[in-house]
Design a protein around this ligand. Structure first.
Ligand SMILES: Nc1ncnc2c1ncn2[C@@H]1O[C@H](COP(=O)(O)OP(=O)(O)OP(=O)(O)O)[C@@H](O)[C@H]1O
Length: 318
C-alpha cells in the first residue's frame, strides 16, 4: 500500500536520505527508528508530500505523492515533528479549519471533529486558545488534526516527544486503537517505545535502511546460534585449540577461573549454528562441556551494532 522506491534526498551536498526502498502493508504499526539526524523526519516529509525528493518515488495506494498529490494525500494523516498549530485559534476552530483543508464532506465535519476530540481527550479544552494549552495538549491537537477524517494511513513524527509518562501511555494506547483500522507509521529514537508499540521496525542510520523486521525477529538476528557462551572443563589454550577446528567462528573471548575451567564467549559468521559441532569437538577430546547457552541480544544491542557499523563504515571512507 505504501511503496518507497530508491528515495534520495540531498540538502546541498549532504545526503540525508540515501537510496531508501521499502514497502509497507496496511493494518500494521510501523516504527522508524534511528539516531538523531538519521533521516526519519526527512523521509516522512517526503512520504507525506511536504518535501520533494532529489530522486526516487513514493506511491500511496498506487498514487505518486509528487505527481498526484491530491489523490495520494487523501489517504494520509500527518503529525509533523513541529505541528503547524495556529496559536490564536481555539481547539474547535483549528479542527474546523483542518477539516476544511482536508475537504471533508460538510455533513461529516461536526461528527468527525467530535469523534477525534473524544479519542484524543480534548473535549474539555475545545474552547481554549491553543497558545494557552500545555505541551501535552498541543501535541494532542496535532494528533487530532492528523486523525481527522480517519485516513487509512496515519504518519506520526515523534508523537510522544515532550510528553509526561501518563500522556505517553495515553498516546500509545491511542496508537494501538488506531491500528485496528489504520496503518500507523511513527518515528522515534526511543527503542522501548517502538518495541512496545510497533509490529514492524525499520532501522535507519545515515539515511540508509540498515534493518527491517518485527521486533522479535530483530532480537533473534543475533540470538540463538550466532552467539554462544560455553563453560568447559579445560585450560584456555586447550579450549582455544579445540574450537579452532570448527569453521564459522568469528570471534572468541576466553576467561579462565582456574587452570581447568574456562568460560568462552563466541560469535559465529553469518549466524551459523555450530552448537552440535562444538558439542562433538569437546566430547572427542574428552573435555566435558559443562554449559552451553545462546547469548541473548537485545534490540538495544542490535540498534547500537547496526547504527555504529554505519558510523565506522563512514569513518573508513574518510
Ligand atoms: N532543511 C534542511 N537543510 C539542511 N540539512 C537538513 C535539513 N533538514 C534536515 N537536514 C539534515 O539532514 C539530516 C537528516 O535530518 P532528519 O531531521 O531527517 O533526521 P531525523 O532522523 O528525523 O533526526 P531527529 O530524530 O533528530 O529529528 C540531518 O543531518 C539534518 O541535519
Amino acid at each position: 500500500m505504501i511503496e518507497v522506491k530508491d528515495l534520495v534526498k540531498k540538502y546541498g551536498s549532504h545526503l540525508a536520505v540515501d537510496h531508501l526502498s521499502f514497502t509497507l502493508e496496511s493494518g500494521k504499526i510501523y516504527g522508524f527508528l534511528g539516531p538523531n539526524g538519521a533521516g526519519k523526519s526527512t523521509t516522512m516529509n517526503i512520504m507525506t508530500g511536504y518535501l520533494g525528493a532529489t530522486q526516487g518515488s513514493v506511491l500511496i495506494d498506487g498514487h505518486d505523492i509528487l505527481k498526484e498529490p491530491e489523490e495520494a494525500k487523501k489517504h494520509i494523516g500527518y503529525l509533523p515533528e513541529l505541528p503547524p498549530l495556529y496559536m490564536d485559534m481555539t481547539v474547535q476552530e483549528y479542527l474546523e479549519f483542518a477539516a476544511e483543508l482536508k475537504k471533508l464532506p460538510k455533513e461529516k465535519r461536526e461528527s468527525d471533529i467530535s469523534e477525534v476530540m473524544k479519542l484524543t481527550r480534548l473535549q474539555d479544552v475545545s474552547d481554549r486558545l491553543i497558545k494557552n494549552l500545555s505541551k501535552g495538549y498541543k501535541q494532542r491537537v496535532g494528533l487530532a488534526q492528523a486523525i481527522l477524517g480517519f485516513p487509512e494511513i496515519i504518519i506520526l513524527d515523534e508523537p510522544t516527544v515532550g510528553l509526561d509518562p501518563k500522556q505517553i501511555i495515553e498516546i500509545r494506547e491511542l496508537i494501538r486503537t488506531l491500528s485496528e483500522k489504520h496503518t500507523v507509521i511513527l518515528s522515534s529514537h526511543i527503542l522501548a517505545e517502538v518495541r512496545e508499540v510497533c509490529d514492524y521496525i525499520l532501522i535507519i542510520s545515515k539515511g540508509k535502511l540498515v534493518a527491517s523486521d518485527t521486533p522479535e525477529n530483530l532480537e533473534l538476528l543475533r540470538n540463538g546460534a550466532s552467539s554462544l557462551e560455553l563453560e568447559v572443563k579445560a585450560a584456555p589454550e586447550t579450549a582455544r585449540a579445540i574450537l579452532s577446528t570448527i569453521d564459522d567462528i568469528d570471534a572468541m573471548e576466553m576467561h579462565s577461573e582456574n587452570e581447568n575451567l574456562t568460560r568462552v564467549k563466541l560469535e559465529t559468521k553469518n549466524g551459523a549454528d555450530i552448537r552440535e559441532a562444538v558439542f562433538y569437538a569437546f566430547a572427542e577430546e574428552k573435555c566435558p562441556l559443562l554449559e552451553m547457552k545462546t547469548a541473548k541480544a537485545s534490540l538495544e544491542d542490535i540498534f547500537m551494532e547496526l547504527t555504529q557499523k554505519e558510523e565506522s563504515n563512514d569513518a573508513g571512507n574518510l
